[in-house]
Design a protein around this ligand. Sequence first.
Ligand code: SF4
Length: 332
Amino acid sequence: MIEDILGVARGQVLERGLGLSEAQALEVLRLPDERVPSVLELAHEVRMRWCGPEVEVEGIVSLKTGGCPEDCHFCSQSGRFNTPVRAVRLDIPSLVEAARETAATGATEFCIVAAVRGPDARLMAQVRDAVSSIRDAVEINVACSLGILTREQGEELRDLGVHRYNHNLETARSHFPNVVTTHTWEERFETLALVREMGMQVCCGGIIGMGESIEQRAELAAQLSALDPDEVPLNFLDPRPGTPFADLEVTTATDALRAIAAFRLALPRTVLRFAGGRELTLGDLGTRQGVLGGINAVIVGNYLTTLGRSPQDDLDLLAELKMPVKELSKTL
Ligand code: SF4
């Protein structure tokens, strides 16, 4: 019964802070369209109750773009596909400038990403320079997203003061081999376990709309929930020309909103971040609906290879919705 899952979620998630199980998340993902506003309302109440009204604003910059040896079928940065993305490396002064601009928007998080399977010695040397230069010049938390890590690399990032590490599971374990063949879901999971062991915050999310079933969306929500991540970036596939997923259909707005609500109800305390693809899937209204449906973090400025909204649009919207931007002092 429809009322049942909303009623159950109200008692279990809203009152007691216990996330939905896989079977329960599936029930939410199967709710008919006319129930979507009610479940978004509940997801918003859950977010306000367990996370508060603050919204975490983050910037993201690419240290190395394109030319990645892996074959993630959604990714225009793979060197295996014929995409318009060219391999580019950013220098340290430009990176520090990007961090400064990001901090000026009120953002508390600045994430350095690189399109690699995992860092080599050269990339680790650049990251070392980048992190210490940013930490010397700008007051902002530095996060990294550099792929699969060895133990030594995990230790080094921790010692550099990187406080959060992003590595996405991307999709349900059962669907992963249809998305990536050059590394395994388990390898990703091991890096996440290492990040946790090192005491860095775990940022781990996925992409909706990569040909997975509704059941596999619920599976991903449950697998993320088992990791207990500090932050979950939720992406919607933006099919990129030249990738194997170029012809997949864009997730409908209603399915995207159902997913946002289901992930919030499965992960009541996490920072749930709107990442790539939101403009495409949800249009102009999407940010408003998402932020009123369980989302409590946004990325300002450009995503990695596609254009995001202008930072000011997002900040204006948060002000209008009376959702304060999380302050740096509370995160350090
Ligand atoms: S490892 Fe990362 S950068 Fe490389 S193809 Fe996969 S998603 Fe893209």
